[in-house]
Design a protein around this ligand. Sequence first.
Ligand SMILES: Nc1ncnc2c1ncn2[C@@H]1O[C@H](COP(=O)(O)OP(=O)(O)OP(=O)(O)O)[C@@H](O)[C@H]1O
Length: 489
Amino acid sequence: MSGNILVKNMTFKYPSMISPLFNNVSVNIHEDWKLGLIGRNGRGKTTLLKILLDQLEYEGTVISSLEFKYFPRYPDLDDCLTAEEVLLKESPMTERWEMELELSYMDLSPEILDRSFHVLSGGEQTKILLIGLFLNDDSFPLIDEPTNNLDVHGRKVVGEFLNRKKGFIVISHDQHFLNHFVDHVLAINKESVDVLKGNIETWQFEKKNAENLAEETNQKLFNEINRLETVSKRVGTWGQKRENSTKDAAGRRLAAKQMKRSKAIKKRTEEKIRDKQNLIHNVEEVADLAMQVEQPHKQILLLRNFSILQVGKPLFEPINVDVYPGDRFFITGKNGVGKSTLLNFIIGNGKFEITGDYHIRLPDKLSVLHQKNQLDEDYATILDDLTAKEKESYLHLLRQLGFQRSSFADRSSKNWSAGEQKKVFLAHALLGNHSLFIWDEVTNYLDMLIIEQLIDAIERHEPTMVGVDHNEHFVESIATKKVELRREV
Ligand SMILES: Nc1ncnc2c1ncn2[C@@H]1O[C@H](COP(=O)(O)OP(=O)(O)OP(=O)(O)O)[C@@H](O)[C@H]1O
């Protein structure tokens, strides 16, 4: 038991918050678990890891003798370390052959160890850092969203790598990825923090059952509240009428007495209403997301034997593509093969040498969502650029995406969670009427319910899209056309 993580009656709130993020939370996590930490954006997943790392002050107790290690923690750029040196920093006694073995599980060639860590691709860096976390048997990794730099193949490889290990916590919103390895799930819900044995499918099944039950109970509670509200109103009106209708002194005394009684009944009924309202289970509710779509009139994209050249050589094997109005076209392929480069070429963002033929006709009303926020925009700068009417629609969209009204007052978004910051840009990309949606990895950082909400909106509004995304579930649900970019050999 000594290696477990015992959280008892833990309560935590950031100073700027009105109500606590965690209220009297108790969980016991076994040191051997492969634990998936899930929950909606902003529910406190990263915060919980920070609490385990003892970086935040909380009430209650957290007991553990484990040595926690956090991902991602990138080496200092000035240190100019090779990948091998990065690993040796984590575990100085590790032999080269041990590292090479771990690299083979990650589908990385051994020569990567000699390269400078900072020239590695995002996916390669992620893999090296993850290998480093597990080199030392005594440590317990706390892994915060490892998938963001990984393509579909990379997610599978890392999923299988994690499946070989035990004793760690992973935060992720990618259910396919988590299902490769998790044997327990820690879910931060609206009302509770629950631990469950099984994977995300088990959790989804249990959640559905719990919600069905909660909905039945809620319905009964709503009916009861309605009945009590009618009683409360009737009692109030009755007392008032009695008081107004009596003229003589004795009658007035009696009416006042009855009024007092009616007030007491009203008060008791209102208390009962409040009690019942507190019992209402907080089933997660997701609004229908508004998307304003206007179909383009003509073919958007035609590529024939097309590739982009880099130092005179094709980046990927030549492709043939047609995108028509109503198509949802997704570019797939491994990390570094040129997906975002092709997207940039289509948008006209940059200068490119190419081979083959192409014809691009972009409609005027474009919704472009970049993988990384390119213009140093944030919530405040976006708001400043909107008209009053646009601002109203923008805030409405943010609310539909599950933003708490209270967040809107705080314009500095620097402390917002990764998902909350992503929603700021997603809501902006949804604002207004669009004929073509060009979205690069929209699902990164978004929670599972938001991804479902997006899938549902896209299925209802049928926009024309050109996209890149590594969330298999998302792409499988909405793509009507795909092309896989393969490295030219
Ligand atoms: N330093 C801080 N000061 C004030 N509020 C903060 C601070 N850090 C985080 N928050 C808020 O606390 C809440 C929880 O943040 P946290 O990053 O733990 O969420 P998360 O569950 O990891 O979200 P996501 O899935 O979006 O990554 C969010 O509403 C966030 O805006």
